[in-house]
Design a protein around this ligand. Sequence first.
Ligand SMILES: [Fe+2]
Length: 222
Amino acid sequence: MPQRQVDPSAQLQGIDASAGSFAQLPALRSLIEAKGCGLLGHGTRVAGIACAVGARAGLPKSELELLATAAEVHDIGKLGVPDRILLKAGRLTDAEYSVIQQHPEIGRDLLRLAGVRGNLLDVVLCHHERWDGDGYPFRRRTTESPLAARILSLADTVDAMASDRPYRASQPMTRIVGELERCSGTQFDPNVVDLFLGLARGIRSDGWVDRIAATGATQLAA
Ligand SMILES: [Fe+2]
């Protein structure tokens, strides 16, 4: 598959890491941890995966830091979703799913109340938007969402598929790669898919998602 190049300066849409105050991050992490259901561990792994993709896109350290922070708190809006819906083992009704779909906006509002400003809010708000405009909450399409949100969307899906769930076991690498290829240009930004697959091609072994996440964490700390 030919490697397309992402132009971060053209697509990042002015993410300004200095504009957001991350002083409340430890408190926010504690809130997420208190909710349980694996949200904090999921956010940390998503941060590593997203930073590995962001580093491959050539994003500078300040933007990797913002990406990592957004990844850690991206589902904080689930604090506002009742547990009977969030933890429901069976199929969600349409009404219940519409409540779940409110979590990006709830998250944006919680972060704003916590003093966070700047583009971090928009990244969290847009992490369930899709490249084809069929996502939520605003059905933004292609580059109408920040690049960081498009990276976060892919990283979120990869970690979800690679993790055990009450209703299924973790998915093998071949299935995850196949799903990303199938959804490239519909759910996901094809440039971001290519960046991730470039990482995955170099790691063909058990624990490959964890290895990619560790790579991202190392690049963030460098
Ligand atoms: Fe989410």
